[in-house]
Design a protein around this ligand. Sequence first.
Ligand code: DDQ
Ligand code: CA
Length: 273
Amino acid sequence: FKLKRACLLISFLVLCVMLVSGISRNKREKTSFRIPSSEICLIEVMNQFPHDPRAFTQGLLYAGNDTLFESTGLNGKSSVRKVALQTGKVLAIKKMEYSYFGEGLTLLGDRLFQVTWLRQTGFIYDRNNLSKVKQFSHQMQDGWGLATDGEVLFGSDGTSTLYQIDPQTFKVLRKQTVRYKDQEVHNLNELEFVNGEVWANIWQSDCIARISHESGNVVGWILLPDLREGLLKAGVTGIDVLNGIAWDNQKDRVFVTGKLWPVLYEIKLQPLT
Ligand code: DDQ
Ligand code: CA
């Protein structure tokens, strides 16, 4: 077990260094540095719940009373849905037009805000019946992740930029380049506001970056390769990347899932030191 953990750690240190230094994009100079173990968390799985394996999860949030809202992607299969946590059952669904690819989703008051991939268009829905209230356009390069602290919308577009957006006017209030030790962190994807931090899935990695929205700096990394690898080892096929973080602020529970994953996990952070 110890050995496995050590191997895991080493491979992820390398991955994180690659991620933050942008080596995978062949753009930047190679930089290497140590990531202190105090800035890394592994996870413990507290609970597992069923998740619709046909849901190409692009946005996820917890809305109280053991219910989640989820945005799914792929053209023709995109939707906004209300989901029962315990059973994974879809309680209500709003299917989207074929030309839209659902992405980040967040809840502010009674309104669900959703952005879409490769379109500057977003939608607002009524949380009670999923009826479309409004369509809006935004100023991000693309629509990937969305979250809120109850005041502003946090947005991501697959670059290293974290946006703060006015939920009324959709004007960009603040734009920060997310960095870890002065290196840009690219591919910011699904977002969640957790205990004062903004957490971001790094697209195509099993990593979540914990971002300070004051400085734009990554203050810690969460490594979760065991979830996707565990599903593969269990013989599950056709799954895509980790995507979707939701936070229950009442009970301080964190949920994660992935695109086309049959399971949604409740996780707890396990600091290395
Ligand atoms: N994004 O989530 C990274 C923003 C977009 C992912 C797009 C994945 C496209 C899959 C297309 C499959 C076509 C069969
Ligand atoms: Ca989320």
